[in-house]
Design a protein around this ligand. Structure first.
Ligand code: KDG
Length: 336
């Protein structure tokens, strides 16, 4: 009997080794240049690191993703073009910077759209978000998964912003995206579109008075060193999207694609947990660094929502009506 068990265990072990050897054989040695805009110790950088480690495990060490932080491979738009041309394999960046490629991604920038992270996760990971991501394929990009940038808040050096009127005349850096430009101009600010990679210098040299980003980014990019006032407005829920070059992707085999998709999803779950936990601590950290924090009242948020309606309507009128309708239908289902 003992010999039978021994033989079985040996057979299973050989089968196991053979399977993993066969599986490993399915993967070619590949170096994946994975670019992103934030610091390597940011929530974005931690998620890229998680992705790389997970992918190495799934591919027997063959698929090596190397993270390039701080827009060292270029800003979001430059990286998108590098992926389309096949000069870079992967990136993660804001959906807001994709509007020059698929205009309907601007729907995620509409003010006060998602009420909370649960709504955002459900819509982004569900049919609506997947359908929109799939439209990148015609443009030479493969949208793999959404990660969380987070709810965006305001910082500036001029004054505490607790009411709409406080934004009057504030030179506010925004992403290069018409919805943000229209929204903040409608609030009475002077919207100044700039790439993320130029933002810290613009704040430091007072080219702009303020900016808006999630608290995790305000912390990891050290904006507290050059900004005095933080206003918790949560005016937009901002997704990141992990993208691969379609030129590169089409040359991968099924196992390689499967591993990339599984690692991107595993990193999504890690990143959302990590980002949400970090965001809770970030406000206290920013206070400890001398920032004066104001929470904008529901009444003032309501006034901002009303003021931003022309920006909302303009996006719909400029060809976005269908995607707005579809997303609002998804939200209506969730809110029943
Ligand atoms: O590369 C930076 C982007 O990933 C994203 O963080 C951009 O939120 C962004 C901003 O304000 O530019």
């Amino acid at each position: 009997m003992k010999n039978i068990v021994k033989t079985l265990v040996l057979a299973l072990a050989i089968a196991g080794v053979t399977a993993s050897a066969a599986q490993a054989a399915d993967f070619k040695p590949r170096i994946i240049r994975f670019g992103y805009g934030l610091a390597d110790d940011s929530n974005q950088g931690r998620a890229v690191k998680f992705f790389a480690e997970d992918l190495a495990k799934r591919s027997g060490g063959k698929m090596k993703a190397k993270g390039f932080a701080n827009a060292s491979l270029g800003g979001d738009v430059q990286m998108q073009n590098a992926l389309i041309g096949g000069a870079q394999e992967m990136m993660v960046g804001s959906t807001a910077t994709l509007v020059g490629i698929v205009k309907d991604f601007g729907v995620y920038d509409l003010p006060f759209l998602f009420a909370n992270e649960t709504e955002a996760d459900t819509v982004l990971d569900g049919p609506f978000g997947q359908k929109l991501a799939a439209r990148l394929q015609d443009k030479g990009l493969v949208g793999l998964v959404y990660w969380e940038n987070g709810f965006r808040n305001l910082t500036n050096t001029k004054r505490p912003i607790t009411r709409l009127e406080d934004m009057q005349g504030v030179k506010l850096r925004v992403m290069q995206n018409p919805v943000y430009i229209d929204m903040f101009n409608s609030f009475g600010a002077n919207a100044v579109p700039l790439p993320f990679s130029e933002l810290f210098t613009a704040l430091e040299t007072k080219t702009v008075d303020g900016q808006e980003n999630p608290v995790n980014t305000i912390q990891s990019s050290k904006f507290y060193e050059v900004q005095k006032y933080l206003s918790i407005t949560k005016h937009v829920y901002s997704p990141w999207i992990v993208i691969a070059s379609k030129k590169w992707w089409d040359g991968l085999n099924a196992n390689e694609k499967k591993a990339l998709q599984e690692s991107a999803l595993a990193a999504r779950d890690f990143e959302r947990k990590d980002s949400r936990a970090a965001a809770v601590k970030a406000v206290e950290y920013l206070k400890s660094k001398g920032m004066q924090v104001s929470v904008v009242s529901d009444h003032e948020v309501g006034r901002m929502r009303d003021k931003a309606k022309p920006a909302f309507d303009k996006f719909a009128a400029d060809g976005g009506a269908e995607v707005v309708k579809d997303l609002q239908a998804e939200l209506a289902k969730l809110r029943k």
